[in-house]
Design a protein around this ligand. Structure first.
Ligand SMILES: [Fe+2]
Length: 146
């Protein structure tokens, strides 16, 4: 089960698309870094900083994937997967925006809840949605090195 332990990068998480994999490694590293820092300090300031940086990198990363979806016409070829994928990106962003609202009003998310959400969401999303997208792209273009 995924809890709030550090994420260990492993081959199961590799999608095969270099650009996506590099960004996933950066996300995993920042989540692990947040985990370590929050063990020593769960102040509103740190939670605010961590959630802000994470949201901004996640949005940039979602944009990368969504540009690839457009480039390879994912929505036309695989509407259900494409819709669900976009929906998961939106839900992630909405959840982080909501927890940032909480931080602002003094309703701080605990380190455990934050990390359980982040770790669980990312691993589940990579293993299901991102790998499915990568398989689709690699089937269309085996020379892709992004
Ligand atoms: Fe994704």
């Amino acid at each position: 089960m995924i809890g709030h332990d550090l994420i260990v990068w492993n081959d199961d998480l590799v999608t095969g698309i270099v650009k996506i994999d590099e960004q996933h490694r950066i996300l995993v590293n920042s989540i692990n870094d947040a985990n370590t820092r929050l063990a020593a300090d769960t102040s509103a300031e740190l939670l605010n900083q961590i959630s802000r940086d994470l949201l901004s990198y996640a949005l940039y990363h979602f944009e990368t994937e969504e540009e690839l979806m457009q480039e390879y016409n994912y929505a036309e070829a695989s509407a259900v997967d494409s819709d669900l994928h976009l929906q998961q990106h939106r839900e992630f962003s909405a959840k982080v925006v909501a927890l940032r609202e909480g931080i602002k009003t003094g309703d701080l998310i605990s380190r455990e809840d934050l990390l359980t959400f982040l770790n669980g969401w990312l691993i589940n999303h990579i293993l299901k949605m991102d790998k499915r997208l990568a398989t689709f792209i690699l089937n269309k273009d085996s020379t892709v090195k992004r």
